[in-house]
Design a protein. Structure first.
Length: 129
């Protein structure tokens, strides 16, 4: 059975691969957009959109396997990342708060928490709520 470090190493390699595929799709879309419109460019655009969707789903599945929470406000879902934390009153234990990097949805089990990453679409520095 692989160790956690081996799983994380494999996931990092997979993420790098997915990022490369996303870059390639972006370049292909640029080329497709620069060509005169035709049935071929329309078919290419559809294939690229399908490929983008497949990559986004693969990223979400990878995140879910690794234990990340997913934003369910849109599909394909986005992997939610840590945007802050709070301390449980009774134990003083620290818990993370997760947010969607795409839509800004925050999964917060408590009302008072400290944001450590700026909100999506915000130019404001981090601060306490
Ligand atoms: Zn979202």
């Amino acid at each position: 059975m692989p160790t956690l470090a081996e799983v994380m190493e494999g996931a990092a390699a997979l993420k790098t691969g997915l990022d490369l595929v996303k870059s390639a799709i972006g370049l292909a879309k640029d080329v497709q957009g620069a060509l005169p419109a035709s049935k071929d460019t329309e078919a290419a655009g559809k294939a690229l959109a399908d490929a983008e969707q497949a990559v986004a789903i693969a990223e979400a599945q990878m995140g879910q396997v690794l234990g990340f929470e997913l934003c369910r406000k849109h599909f394909p879902p986005k992997v939610m990342l840590e945007v802050g934390h709070y301390y449980e009153r009774s134990s003083g234990k620290r818990f993370e708060v997760f947010g969607c990097p795409s839509c800004g949805q925050v999964h917060q089990p408590v009302t008072k928490w400290e944001r450590t990453v700026p909100a999506v679409g915000s130019d404001e520095p981090t601060g306490e709520l």
